[in-house]
Design a binder for this molecule. Structure first.
Ligand code: G3P
Ligand code: MG
Length: 360
């Protein structure tokens, strides 16, 4: 996308821009703020604490409900972030809640996958951790695992037998969801293969594959270690490779998250709602809002991963202006060769500085 900036200067009064920030490798590494992110984000609020610039977080990560993540991020950055400003890889899963409302679905990934799904409205969502615990010997190496998975029922009374919340052993799993980076890849590959090749009843052989939904397809992400770590895309490749060797039909799956263009369209819709708050100097509490949101002239995507954040912003259309930081996956001196960003900066602080100088 080629951009000329002259039109932005002539419209300096109107908040016709918004910002989407990637999280890992841009504002955080692990749980540590990076690149001057707390100060940079504060610049997007007025002194009275109301939102001045519509912005949100657009991450492929997840594992906890948006409401909880908003609180966590507010604490880390020292600004007031509302759940609407947190778009995670699994956020689109709430659109499946109606379809699978009363069906048994399993979810895996770090954090609390069952809680995420339950908050979206799934009434019979269960974590793979819990699901596997009802099947004796489903993981033949579990006794060699030094870590323990604490289940809610174990917290209450260690003596009581695990009582399934649903008729887990007889109920067919109707869909499987990978909501974030899986913790126990070996166990998850085994149990997901069991579910997917048996038509949702582990231990049986035949049955059509239930749908598999994966929150994102990042091969690698930055995290806290000096080199990138394997992400959900790597897990997907591992699961798919094994499944395709043990099963006649190739694995069918749908992955969400950046760089899919619908993620950016959805972000634009949410930013429009946030624009109403910022234009009317409102505190960030849900209300019906006033007036009509106007179209954005420019939407900025600030990301660290060329194949995910920048590729996605480029595909999303000319409104999107991509800014690549050097604090995460991308560490090059010049622009990325395959997915060049509209601008390359060292840190998110530099990105915000550039945007505010252009726009305000
Ligand atoms: O697991 C999270 C990682 O895949 C990506 O996070 O915030 O860089 O989109 P983010
Ligand atoms: Mg990132």
């Amino acid at each position: 996308a080629s951009h000329s900036y002259s039109h932005l200067r002539s419209n300096a009064q109107c908040s016709s821009f918004g910002i989407a920030f990637d999280i890992d490798g841009v504002v955080l590494r692990g749980r540590v703020p990076i690149g001057g992110s707390p100060q940079a984000l504060k610049r997007l609020y007025r002194d009275c604490g109301t939102l001045k610039v519509p912005f949100l977080f657009l991450t492929n990560g997840g594992g906890i409900p948006e409401s909880k993540r908003a609180l966590e991020l507010s604490e880390l950055f020292g600004v007031h972030i509302v759940p609407a400003q947190v778009v995670q890889g699994h956020s689109p899963f709430k659109n499946f809640a109606k379809r699978f409302e009363n069906e048994l679905v399993v979810a895996t990934g770090k954090g609390d996958p069952a809680l995420v799904m339950t908050e979206y409205g799934f009434k019979k969502a269960i974590s793979v951790d819990e699901y596997a615990s009802y099947f004796d010997h489903i993981d033949p190496v579990s006794q060699y695992k030094r870590w323990t998975t604490k289940l809610a029922s174990e917290d209450n009374d260690k003596q009581t037998e695990l009582v399934p919340r649903f008729n887990v052993l007889a109920d067919r799993v109707k869909a499987a969801f990978v909501i974030s980076d899986p913790v126990d890849w070996g166990r998850d590959i085994q149990v997901l293969c069991d579910i997917l090749r048996s038509g949702g009843l582990p231990g049986q052989r035949n049955g059509g594959q239930p749908p598999l939904y994966i929150a994102a397809d990042d091969l690698e992400y930055q995290a806290a270690f000096p080199c990138e770590r394997l992400g959900m895309g790597a897990f997907r490749i591992a699961l798919q490779s094994v499944f395709n060797r043990i099963h006649d039909n190739a694995l069918e799956y749908t992955s969400f998250g950046k760089p899919n263009p619908f993620v950016f369209r959805n972000a634009e819709m949410i930013l429009k709602q946030l624009q109403l708050y910022s234009d009317h100097h409102e505190k960030l509490i849900p209300s019906n809002g006033h007036g009509e949101a106007h179209s954005f002239k420019t939407l900025y995507m600030v990301g660290d991963n060329p194949a995910v954040d920048i590729k996605g912003a480029r595909k999303a259309g000319d409104t999107w202006f991509s800014i690549l930081t050097r604090t995460g996956v991308f560490k090059g001196k010049d622009n990325h060769s395959e997915y060049p960003a509209d601008l390359v900066v060292d840190t998110v602080a530099e990105a915000v500085d550039y945007i505010l100088k252009k726009e305000l």
